[in-house]
Design a protein around this ligand. Sequence first.
Ligand SMILES: Nc1ncnc2c1ncn2[C@@H]1O[C@H](COP(=O)(O)OP(=O)(O)OP(=O)(O)O)[C@@H](O)[C@H]1O
Length: 630
Amino acid sequence: MTLPDPAAGPAGAARTFQVDLRGLVGLLSHHLYSSPRVYLRELLQNAVDALTARHGLEPAAPAGAFGIRLYADGSVVRVEDDGVGLTEADVHTFLATIGRSGKRAAGIPADEPVPGWGRIAEQRGDFIGQFGIGLLSCFLVADEIHVLSRSARTPDAPAVEWRGRGDGSYTVRTLPASARPRPGTTVTLTPRADAGEWTRPAQVHALARHSGSLLRHPVTFDDGTGATGGPGAAVNPEPAPWTRTYPTPGARSRALAAYGEEVFGFVPLDTIELGLPAVGLKGIACVLPEAVPAGRRHGHRVHVKGMLLSEQAEEILPEWAFFVRCVVDAESLRPTASRESLYEDDALAAVRDALAERLRAWIARAAASDPDLLGRFLQVHHLAVKSLAVHDDEILRMLLPWLPSETTDGHTTLDEFARTHRTVLVTSSVEEFRQVAAIASAAGLGVVNGGHTYDRELVHRLPEIRPEATVADLDPATLTAHLDPVDRETELAAAAYLALARDALAVFDCDVALRTFQPASAPALLVDSREARHERTRSRLAREQEGGLWGDILGALRQEAPRAQLILNQLNPLVRTAVAIDEPELARTSAEALYGQAALLSRRPLRPAESSLINRSFPGLLAHALRKDS
Ligand SMILES: Nc1ncnc2c1ncn2[C@@H]1O[C@H](COP(=O)(O)OP(=O)(O)OP(=O)(O)O)[C@@H](O)[C@H]1O
């Protein structure tokens, strides 16, 4: 933390920026880090990097030879490592210069050795830190950072003590080697009173477990009383579950599922093992046991070199993978400065693609050899899978035989449906499907309800997979155009009734026609669409507001609104009786009741005028029937 000398130089001379360290720490705490708790993660991460560098220096040292020891007794927090350590020169260069990192030293060419940290070109990918600001996070909980270090690179160098303060001042002094007999670094914080929440022993232990449970170096915690398992209790007693060996594949998958449950709090529907040797990534994807809204992205847990980097990393999987949550540990993914998400670069894009590939392979394997698992999966996640299949040929090809849809043959798979219906018709809304389903199926036509999310798009992709299938959109107007007209005589006989009915239904902009169609049990079909209804409402408002501002605007928007159509079925006995009624009032009421029933059948929300029509017409018919009987 070098504070430049503010002494005035000669006029026009170049000066150096001054840094207000308090302002900088405030900036970090409010805008970079999500909470003061990150200080422990930063200290742990520095210790991990120092151990990595030490192993680089002494490659023959056994894996667990160097470790990290945490101590917190309520009055101090200490993090001690057997890492590469620092010389006095390192302290000035790296500890005391904000933005300077021993792992990415400014001004040092990439292939030059950085003191104590090896050749950057060879090792940069080995370290988690790179920005040279992480240590500042300690000022979120303490006013002073005390560092005692001894370099492993220069064993005969003295121990060095550095004290950095939040006001930007620091001191450095060398101490005899006996002050720190072994190489490594000890960072000690004396927490401020207002930081007790983050520095009490139980919290330090919990924070260390949270971010360090998968670290590959031995990490211990001591609270000075033995309450947390005595001095030297391991923070990471078990290696990551995917690195362990198990007696049987069953035992392995049970252990992975148990870990998934421990981490995410749900029993996974299945656990998918992930492994990408190119970036040293291993982990699991847990399939959610319950459906989630399409498009909702989940945070995944990403560790880098064992260190928990983020619990909310969305970027690691593509958007369509919202049916899983992952926990992975990678060697060389780059964290952002806040350390809470991943740096979006080519490597991350490649990881995302490769992980997506693993998920696809899992689906393919389930489709090929575990129909029971696939059935359970689709029952919960068919929507997610459909969203995936719309853009992904391979998934579409693989899962087409399994994807359920609502059709005129009931709930069936598209594949099955395409086998029985050479031409597959699809509606664009649920409402339209309800209007046409009965008539279309009575006429032997196969219709898929395309109103559910993704279904219409999927049906249209069907011929790519089943070239023998043809797909066409079906709207009610097309269907009614193909209904059989009645003969002239019948039409004439019904003319008076139809005129009355048109008059009664004029308020709904509804025309009335007589046709013959199957099933004979259906008295009437109400052909209408939401767009047409909106258009009619707009026209009506424009008429009402004529001359005013809104009237002009609505008038300008006006289009030719298709009218609704009530098509009465001449084959239906009730309709046959109705058209012969010679009592005008009763004929009117019967037409209203037929309209009301057809509107109810379409299951769309009724407009207030329609509800009052139903409330009027049905009791009217009832009263008439009772009068007749008495
Ligand atoms: N425990 C440690 N052992 C050895 N050197 C350390 C240790 N802690 C910090 N340093 C040195 O101090 C430098 C600054 O540390 P700091 O945590 O501020 O940044 P960084 O880890 O380099 O990058 P980042 O901001 O991404 O964390 C490090 O690059 C390293 O050279």
